[in-house]
Design a protein around this ligand. Structure first.
Ligand code: AMP
Ligand code: MG
Length: 519
């Protein structure tokens, strides 16, 4: 067995809490607390990602070794691991929430992979930490399956994301009140090992800033630039400005991808925004079925719908504003931070134009094309049309298409289809006219569309079916679904069932259209 080497720079180079262990407390002047995972009774490996394992230098034999399930259940450590929980704060639903920290995540260490890259290994659901507040530090199987699958599905879609190495059942029961309605019930517990070069969040910088601890803020900023943005040059304010600008650009690109594939994060609090521009913290996320920019899967956010699909770019920008505020003490004036925020706008507009062209199969995006897509979005909403299927079906259009024939499978309601029929036919003619102006070959156009419009996404009901099965003791569906999501842009003969629109039974079912933060 060849285990990765751990260099654990975060805990070696940055100040930690003098007290270790899980006693709940406010931790000032420190960015982490040493705390070991709490052992579980019966670890059972339910799924793993072969690609992530390979990047760490772990082969099939290493994964089959009982030590693997023990380590990634938190029962034992590989040599070189140094477990800790990170300290951070955050704005939750628009309000400053103070110290939050890793309440149920415990990082085991920073591994150097076979390619020399950094992979922090972090268990989610590993037991209490100083940051657990009133909660148990555990995670249930359903939310762990969702995090495991979506991390990997997003990666294969080309969306920047944290990854998942393993999913381990703990053999322990966890009690959750799924909809906070006074009906707590025991559920099977599980632990995901998530993997990323860094799990630092906007909130990691907000907490020292809110406490007026500028020295600690500066130490963290310097560390982050050195470790996570080594390609940046310059020093002092210039360097910080370039770094912040990069964070803004990466965040813009991440959100543009979400909008392209129909992903709704669900809880875009600043403690859930990665400093690397990775999608992080898969909780009550969801995928758009029938197109609705006002939809959020998160029942905890049902009133304000702050984190609905259509406002994600604005929310990301607002969150960057909170990060800018936190970093302000490192700057003499606000101009460089303003310039960074402007880079978000520019990067988002550029990515949105590229996505518009690619989704419609056009060589370039003209201003009119933005209207063309906006009109289609409006019709998709009115006509209750499936987002993924609509874009994928447009691949079949030709410059001669003037009927709804290519879109026959995308409607959830025939009444709605008839309501939009005339306008949609008109749109199809407009699109066909636009296609006649293209000089690319039809095959080039179709290929461009195939790469921008996935055929397979992790529809909420697909994940829920696998969860139902796993809760009955059969976890085989997890690997099967993961395998489909490995090639989301390819036609996969025999797997058409995974590309269908949401079935009727799933329309209002918990886990399929409604999720809460209880996980
Ligand atoms: P989230 O909404 O999942 O990002 O969580 C917000 C905060 O609550 C983070 O600080 C989490 O660590 C903490 N948290 C959520 N669930 C639990 C739990 N079961 N035990 C301890 N802390 C938790
Ligand atoms: Mg979180």
């Amino acid at each position: 067995m060849s285990l990765p080497r751990f260099d654990n720079r975060f805990v070696t180079e940055l100040p930690g809490d003098p007290e270790s262990g899980p006693r709940r407390r406010e931790v000032a002047g420190a960015l982490w607390s040493g705390v070991a995972p709490t052992p579980v009774p019966a670890p059972q490996l339910l799924a793993h990602s072969a690609e992530v394992a390979a990047a760490l230098g772990l082969d099939a034999a290493d994964i089959a070794d009982p030590a693997f399930a023990q380590v990634f259940a938190g029962n034992t450590l590989y040599p070189g691991m140094r477990p800790f929980a990170a300290n951070y704060g955050g704005h939750q639903f628009g309000h400053w929430a103070g110290q939050l920290g890793d309440g149920r995540a415990i990082s085991l260490g920073e591994a150097l992979g076979v390619d020399g890259r950094r992979h922090e290994l972090q268990l989610k659901g590993a037991g209490p930490t100083p940051y657990s507040r009133g909660a148990d530090g555990r995670a249930v199987l359903r939310s762990s399956i969702r995090e495991f699958l979506c991390s990997e599905a997003m990666h294969h879609l080309g969306v920047p994301t944290t990854r998942a190495l393993s999913l381990v059942g703990t053999g322990e029961v966890v009690v959750r009140d799924m909809f906070y309605d006074g009906d707590p019930r025991p559920e099977p517990g599980a632990i995901v090992c998530r993997v990323a070069p860094s799990f630092l969040r906007f909130g990691s910088f907000e907490l020292p800033a809110a406490r007026g601890d500028v020295a600690l803020l500066r130490q963290l900023a310097d560390f982050t630039v050195r470790r996570d943005f080594p390609q940046l040059e310059g020093q002092g304010e210039t360097l910080y400005a370039e770094w912040f600008g990069q964070v803004c650009e990466r965040t813009a690109q991440m959100v543009a991808h979400w909008m392209r594939v129909g992903f709704v994060h669900g809880v875009m609090n600043t403690d859930n925004m990665s400093i690397l521009g990775l999608t992080i913290d898969y909780g009550p996320y969801g995928w758009i079925d029938d197109y609705d920019p006002d939809w959020t899967p998160n029942t905890t956010d049902a009133q304000g719908r702050r984190y609905r699909f259509g406002t994600q770019p604005q929310v990301a920008y607002w969150n960057l504003g909170r990060l800018a505020q936190a970093l302000a003490p490192l700057f003499a004036g606000a101009a460089p931070l303003q310039a960074g925020l402007e880079r978000f706008r520019e990067a988002y507009v550029a990515a949105d134009r590229r996505n518009t062209a690619d989704k419609l199969g056009l060589a370039e995006c003209r201003d009119d094309d933005l209207d063309l897509l906006a009109e289609l979005r409006g019709l998709m909403q009115l006509g209750e049309m499936d987002m993924t299927l609509t874009f994928r079906s447009l691949i079949e259009c030709t410059p001669e298409t003037d009927t709804l024939e290519p879109l026959s499978a995308v409607f959830y309601s025939l009444d709605r289809r008839e309501e939009v029929r005339a306008r949609l036919e008109q749109w199809m003619r407009r699109y066909a006219t636009r296609l006649r102006e293209e000089t690319d070959s039809p095959e080039q156009r179709r290929e461009r569309m195939r790469r921008a419009n996935p055929r397979y996404v992790l529809r909420n009901y697909l994940a829920q079916q696998v969860i139902d099965q796993a809760e009955q003791g059969d976890a085989s569906g997890i690997a099967e679904l993961l395998d489909v999501m490995r090639r989301p842009y390819d036609e996969q003969p025999g797997r058409e069932a995974f590309a269908q629109k949401r079935p009727d039974w799933a329309r209002h079912r918990a886990g399929c259209s409604m999720l809460s933060c209880s996980s």
